[in-house]
Design a protein around this ligand. Sequence first.
Ligand code: C2E
Ligand code: CA
Ligand code: CA
Ligand code: CA
Length: 277
Amino acid sequence: AKAAGRNTQRFFDPDMQAAVSNRSALEADLRRGLQEKELVLYYQPVVDGKGRLQGAEALVRWRHPRRGMVSPAEFIPLAEQTGLILPLGQWVMEAACAQLVAWSRSSLTRQFFLSVNVSVRQFRQPDFVEQVLGALDATGANPERLKLELTESLLLADVEDIIARMEHLRRYGVGFSLDDFGTGYSSLSYLKRLPLDQLKIDQSFVRDLQTDPNDAAIVRTILALADSLDLGVVAEGVETTGQLEFLQRYGCKAFQGYLFGRPMPPEVLERALRPAL
Ligand code: C2E
Ligand code: CA
Ligand code: CA
Ligand code: CA
């Protein structure tokens, strides 16, 4: 009776009540936003040590009619919990592939790649491989220009199955990055078995690189590890030339961060590119 009493009390906790109804209101709103085509993709440049563009990462935004531009940090976790990430992720894949085709037509970009974030739930769908191949096919995008960003939490599932899916897409030329590397729990033996092209050093390690010896050591270790496993590395969240210099000194060759450009609408990225051509 005591436990029930406590439950009852919690159930009527006005703060929690408000949180629950906020969540379901947000869910309904996101569902509507998806239907009304309020989602847009921004693109953040990935550059080499000389600041030359190598590619870009597609990052979703919600252009909300009342709230303005909403960050994915506010709706991706909810989309993952509710399953809305599935239609959302499929839309992102198709929109990114369409942009890739538009850019390759304008010959703006020869060796340009486009990275797309894939949530674990999306990757685990039985028809994930078909969805990606379908998006490539529908748009005519070159699979060799597409990179999929996966996170370490993927490794909680059946690794054989993950490898099989990755291999299947790799046969078409699709590449794979392990995102937010170092923040998850990934075991090095799994890392060696996964058919990856690239690791992305999480921005939480880059931020205090120059002041926190632990972060500096982690970054150096990731760079050495990537080198010995023959993987590329992209450092995320590079905001200062000091960070850039440190990363370069230890062998990093690709960078992403506000120092080079924020996520931007595709037409802004194109304008930024043109003077360089
Ligand atoms: P992420 O994949 O780690 O993306 C990098 C995030 O770091 C982006 O946040 C980007 O705007 C931010 N960032 C880049 N450079 C800097 C910098 O120099 N300093 C700082 N402080 N931040 C920087 P954003 O766009 O808010 O995205 C947040 C997260 O939402 C992404 O983290 C990703 O996990 C998720 N996300 C975004 N788009 C998608 C998507 O299409 N599908 C899925 N499944 N997740 C997405
Ligand atoms: Ca990412
Ligand atoms: Ca990341
Ligand atoms: Ca992140």
